[in-house]
Design a protein around this ligand. Structure first.
Ligand SMILES: *[C@@H]1O[C@H](CO)[C@@H](O)[C@H](O)[C@H]1NC(C)=O
Ligand SMILES: *[C@@H]1O[C@H](CO)[C@@H](O)[C@H](O)[C@H]1NC(C)=O
Ligand SMILES: *[C@@H]1O[C@H](CO)[C@@H](O)[C@H](O)[C@H]1NC(C)=O
Ligand SMILES: *[C@@H]1O[C@H](CO)[C@@H](O)[C@H](O)[C@H]1NC(C)=O
Length: 146
């Protein structure tokens, strides 16, 4: 009996520290999607912890050539400085405005254990990233910090 419950405790702790839930899929902004004028830093804080191998999904509408302010993209910025400055010169384009179907969105898996800086770069960066607040930092943790 005692050894059974000890074994159960070990199994419990093991699953707590390692397996514990599979990676989640998180829609950035929730029902707001990836749009102009929404505060994604605030959203990220409310969402809480990201975990390694979680998938984040950006849902932005397909490019509308007659209204540029409806066109958004997703960039991965190289560091905190470029993120703060909305400097896209060394950013990696993940999803351009014409690439995405709103229903499916663009998916990105957080495979690395380091801060990852996301922003929309339309309007030379300044429109979406600065005024539109279309940026946030994800710092995924390993599941065993759960
Ligand atoms: C966005 O949200 C964050 C976190 O709640 C807040 O600190 C920041 O001031 C907000 N930015 C704007 C421009 O409202
Ligand atoms: C994340 O996924 C990769 C590939 O599927 C896997 O090798 C790795 O162990 C996973 N990392 C964590 C922390 O789950
Ligand atoms: C594109 O933008 C124009 C101007 O705002 C709008 O009239 C039109 O409905 C939009 N088209 C789509 C598919 O959203
Ligand atoms: C373009 O889209 C933005 C955001 O949806 C909207 O606020 C604006 O009124 C639109 N402009 C025109 C000319 O329709």
């Amino acid at each position: 009996m005692a050894s059974n419950s000890a074994l159960a405790a070990v199994l419990f702790l093991t699953s707590f520290m390692f397996g514990c839930g599979s990676a989640a899929t998180v829609v950035v902004g929730g029902s707001e999607g990836w749009r102009y004028g929404y505060n994604y830093t605030d959203w990220a804080l409310k969402h809480g912890t990201f975990y390694i191998n979680d998938t984040i999904v950006f849902k932005h509408v397909a490019m509308n050539t007659s209204n540029e302010s409806e066109s958004h993209s997703v960039y991965l910025l190289p560091n905190l400085y470029s993120y703060v400055q909305c400097d896209f010169s060394r950013a990696q384009l993940l999803s351009n405005p014409s690439q995405v179907e709103e229903s499916a969105g663009f998916s990105y898996q957080l495979t690395q254990w380091r801060p990852q800086y996301f922003a929309s770069g339309e309007g030379d960066g300044s429109a979406d990233c600065n005024k539109g607040l279309m940026k946030f930092v994800a710092v995924p943790l390993p599941r065993w910090f759960n």
